[in-house]
Design a protein around this ligand. Structure first.
Ligand SMILES: Cc1cc2nc3c(=O)[nH]c(=O)nc-3n(C[C@H](O)[C@H](O)[C@H](O)COP(=O)(O)OP(=O)(O)OC[C@H]3O[C@@H](n4cnc5c(N)ncnc54)[C@H](O)[C@@H]3O)c2cc1C
Length: 375
């Protein structure tokens, strides 16, 4: 442990782990988490990177830069070399069109963005995939195991000199008793399990949905404004591989499917109202039935695991939120990755160092001050 850190990052999900990997190239970083890496939404499992998203195959915000940042991270970490690197990490995503109208949209998207995808009107290469209206092969997409990427990013941060502290929950913070310190006094942060506070010049909160009421602690309630965030529950199931099913590329349409080898990961719901975070067996069964519309062999697959997680989203922009908290210029928030964590966490983490020096450089659409209730 150092006597003072440049940045203490709390929360070791995608946001915090990618931030730690990027920032530790420039400064002295401590990464802490109440439980450990990928304990929140980032622990749910396999995810898709899809630069031709949603019903109309739209290209998301800064998609090409985001893809490039993700590829760099995958290459510089041990992710690609990890045990079972192939499982849940294949290039390309197939998007079977659900009807004629979507086929038209997909054909247009492939024509407008030939670097991202290819329209295949009569697919024959994947006999187990049901695609009567044709399919969009998103060549620039891929599946990535989110927990494995988080752990690889934490390892990279450590290799670059960062310290880590797990488990260590954030309890409170306050300006250090150092009158006259320039430009401002550092911050003393109390972490559960440590007798003395950790001193840092900056505190970066990467707490996912824990920055939202009603999940946050009373201290967070009192220390932060009510952030413009919305929780979206997502449920997924893992099924045993049906006998004789050949390896499948990742699929997205009626939910999504990622081939993990012995198992297949089937995601995921978008629940805007919910009472608790436990997986609901009926919803898991419905997910699997939907997925079987893309891969009929999954119809009677055996569910071996049911999972649920919670995405923090920013309604209105569907983009993350980054920046200093009003009246606390050295306490920053980085959250709201929604369902684009894999695309946006590596990109924005790489820019954090620059944002710290000039907060005005944060794109307007990500600024906390954009939302009156954040001020
Ligand atoms: C079902 C589901 C499917 C998804 N599919 C995809 C997909 O296909 N593609 C994609 O790109 N994204 C997907 N996502 C979204 C992606 O998982 C999230 O965007 C991303 O994981 C969010 O990362 P985060 O670091 O912001 O939050 P989290 O992963 O939730 O991390 C927050 C961390 O903060 C820690 N923490 C909380 N409170 C404290 C405290 N007081 N003290 C210390 N630590 C604390 C937690 O332990 C946790 O580790 C999916 C999400 C879900 C739920």
């Amino acid at each position: 442990m150092k006597s003072v850190y440049d940045t203490l990052i709390v929360g070791a999900g995608l946001a915090g782990a990618c931030a730690a990997a990027a920032l530790s190239r420039h400064e002295c970083v401590l990464l802490a988490d109440a439980i450990g890496p990928a304990a929140g939404a980032s622990g749910v499992g396999a995810g898709l990177v899809n630069p031709l998203m949603a019903r109309r195959a739209n290209v998301p915000w800064r998609a090409r830069e985001a893809l490039s940042s993700l590829h760099t991270l995958l290459n510089v970490t041990e992710y690609s070399a990890g045990a079972g690197a192939g499982a849940g990490s294949a290039p390309g995503v197939l998007r079977p069109a659900q009807d004629e109208a979507q086929a038209t949209d997909f054909e247009r998207a492939a024509r407008d963005h030939p670097d991202l995808g290819t329209w295949i009107p009569e697919p024959t290469d994947w006999p187990h995939v049901h695609a009567p209206f044709g399919l969009l092969r998103v060549d620039a997409g891929q599946s990535v195991s989110i927990p494995r990427l988080v752990r690889a990013a934490v390892d990279l941060a450590v290799k670059r000199g960062a310290d880590t502290l797990f488990p260590a929950a954030l309890m409170s913070w306050r300006p250090a008793d150092q009158p006259g310190a320039l430009p401002r006094p550092p911050i003393d942060v109390k972490l559960n399990g440590l007798d003395t506070p950790v001193r840092t010049r900056r505190l970066l909160l990467c707490l996912g949905n824990n920055l939202m009421r009603p999940w946050s602690s009373s201290f967070l309630h009192a220390s932060l404004p009510r952030l413009h965030l919305h929780a979206v529950k997502g449920q997924s199931v893992r099924v045993a591989r049906p006998l004789g099913l050949p390896p499948l590329p990742a699929l997205s349409g009626h939910g999504y499917i990622v081939d993990e080898g012995d198992t297949l990961f089937v995601g995921s719901t978008y629940e805007h109202t919910f009472v608790d975070m436990s997986p609901d067996p009926d919803i898991g069964d419905a997910l699997l039935s939907r997925a079987a519309r893309m891969v009929p062999a999954l119809q009677n697959a055996q569910i071996v695991e049911r999972m649920a997680g919670c995405r923090a989203t920013v309604p209105g922009t569907r983009l993350p939120m980054i920046g200093p908290v009003p009246d606390q210029p050295d306490v920053w928030v980085f959250t709201g990755l929604g369902s684009k964590g894999l695309l946006l966490a590596p990109l924005l983490s790489g820019e954090l160092h620059h944002y710290f020096r000039s907060p005005a450089a944060i794109p307007d659409e990500l600024q906390l001050a954009r939302w009156p209730q954040n001020r």
